[in-house]
Design a protein around this ligand. Structure first.
Ligand code: HEM
Length: 176
């Protein structure tokens, strides 16, 4: 009888090194953040070199890339502007996103110190941290984003919340 590995007759098990290359998620609580640190000033210099050409000098956005600042107070209007500053719920997502995907023309090229510095600068541009802020694995998860309380939990949408979980017994009918 064929073992599960033999079933399809092709492919090889992923090596720990290969898995490590994909296993880069940073959790909301900061789990996974690496050692290192970066300041607003360092982030400003890096952003001018690596980010401004697409996001604008102060993160205001261009036709190439979205704004990283602004939009505060717009979410419950007819024209909500979703940015890191107005919408994102956790500062740690910034580390995950920048490390994973930015700069878009050379993703995953940044070292932890550089990613922390860029996080610090973008948070500073959004008036979320002061100009002398330094971000690291301890300080970044402590940053409270302006829209942190703007998400509803548990999700009340009927198609999400009321979907029966196939792993749980079906709910019993009222009175039944
Ligand atoms: C190191 C410098 C950079 C930083 C820190 C940075 C940061 C970010 C962040 C935080 C976002 C998410 C915005 C959001 O969804 O609200 C983003 C999105 C994006 N960035 Fe950058 N960025 C950098 C460089 C670049 C460059 C050089 C380009 C163009 C070549 C670029 C193009 C884009 C695009 C197109 C998106 C939208 C992607 C999507 O929604 O799928 N970025 N960037």
């Amino acid at each position: 009888m064929a073992t599960p590995e033999q079933q399809f007759g092709f492919g090889t098990p992923a090596t720990p090194e290969q898995i490590a290359g994909w296993d880069i998620a940073i959790k909301a609580d900061g789990t996974g953040l690496p050692p290192g640190s970066g300041s607003v000033a360092q982030g400003e210099a890096l952003f001018a070199k690596l980010g401004a050409k697409c996001h604008g000098a102060k993160g205001e956005g261009t036709t190439n890339a979205p704004a990283l600042v602004g939009g505060r107070g717009s979410l419950d209007t007819d024209q909500p502007v979703k940015t890191v500053g107005s919408y994102w719920s956790y500062a740690t997502t910034l580390y995950d996103y920048i490390h994973r995907a930015m700069p878009a023309d050379n993703p995953q090229s940044l070292k932890p110190d550089e990613v922390y510095a860029l996080c610090a600068y973008i948070l500073y541009l959004n008036d979320i941290v002061p100009q002398d802020a330094v971000m690291d694995a301890k300080t970044l998860p402590q940053v409270v984003m302006p829209n942190h309380a703007g998400f509803t939990s548990p999700d009340p949408r009927p198609d999400v919340f009321d979907t029966p979980d196939p792993l749980l017994p079906a709910p019993t009918a009222p009175g039944g």
